[in-house]
Write a protein that binds this ligand. Structure first.
Ligand SMILES: Cc1cc2nc3c(=O)[nH]c(=O)nc-3n(C[C@H](O)[C@H](O)[C@H](O)COP(=O)(O)OP(=O)(O)OC[C@H]3O[C@@H](n4cnc5c(N)ncnc54)[C@H](O)[C@@H]3O)c2cc1C
Length: 242
């Protein structure tokens, strides 16, 4: 299956400044950086950048959550749950702080629009590349069916619901499900791990493309479930975050 690689560009070194840091929910933070040098970027939804952090850890890999049509700023989504150097760096960022990064890089891109259903499967911050893909894909008039399954733990972790509901309202070819592994009794949505639902719920398995992003365990498990059902390896794309 041919990927949209012709759109991707060579990675460059960028300088930027932090514009804002917004806590979305639980451990999740949305950060915007304004580009200063060069002051424009071209990327394909699904790609990532690598920030230079102060020593001892030098590199911090983050997917872009912004839309490729925004050429003067980039957005990232940070889960600070690991509380490693990258998490602490994001928590310490103030508007105006200078940062540098290399990018864009990565091959976790949507395939050419084949008309097949696209099934996105995310755990936690694995939603990051899918936000960029959804904003780009749906708002540029492409109309293959897209369904997102997003696994989180608690109600307090859930975010971007207003934006996702708006996409559902505006695009008949998109719907999504949040599944919580540790919901309260009041939770009316799907329950359990995301891996409990894909094979049973996603219709037309053999005629879909699957995009998996998040922790390695989920990716290994879903890939096995799918291939056991006869889904071909070239219908499955994955980005392992940790
Ligand atoms: C291609 C790619 C894209 C990525 N995009 C994102 C992104 O958009 N948002 C994002 O938050 N992270 C993303 N990551 C992970 C990111 O690079 C960091 O590992 C993560 O953000 C934690 O950074 P840290 O410095 O705080 O901890 P680290 O020192 O990197 O990690 C500390 C420990 O926590 C584990 N870990 C890392 N992330 C998590 C997590 N979310 N939950 C539980 N354990 C974790 C690591 O495996 C390690 O054992 C991406 C990774 C890759 C390879």
């Amino acid at each position: 299956m041919r990927l949209l690689m012709e759109q991707s560009t060579k990675p460059l070194e960028f300088q930027a400044t932090a514009e804002w840091v917004k806590r979305l929910a639980g451990d999740y933070y949305h950060v915007r950086f304004s580009l200063t040098k060069p002051d424009t970027i071209s990327f394909v939804a699904g790609q990532y950048v690598i920030f230079d952090l102060p020593p001892p850890k030098r590199r911090h890999t983050m997917s872009l959550v912004s839309t490729p049509s925004d050429h003067h700023a980039i957005d990232i989504l940070q889960s600070v749950a690991p509380m490693g150097q990258g998490s602490k760096w994001v928590l310490g960022l103030k508007p105006g702080d200078p940062v540098s990064f290399v990018g864009p890089v990565g091959k976790f891109l949507l395939s050419e629009d084949t008309g097949r259903q696209k099934v996105f499967v995310a755990t936690g911050c694995g939603i990051a590349p899918f936000r960029s893909m959804l904003l780009d894909y749906l708002t540029t008039g492409r109309n293959s069916p897209v369904v997102l399954y997003w696994g989180l733990r608690f109600e307090r972790d859930v975010f971007w619901q207003e934006e996702l509901r708006k996409l559902v309202a505006e695009h008949r070819n998109f719907h999504y499900h949040v599944t919580l592994s540790k919901p309260s009794e009041a939770w009316m949505g799907m329950k359990g791990r995301v891996t409990d639902h894909i094979v049973d719920k996603a219709p037309a398995l053999l005629d879909s493309e699957f995009y998996l992003c998040g922790n390695r365990e989920m990716i290994v498990e879903v890939r096995k479930q799918l291939t056991d059902k006869g889904v071909l390896a070239d219908q499955i794309f994955a980005e392992t975050f940790f």
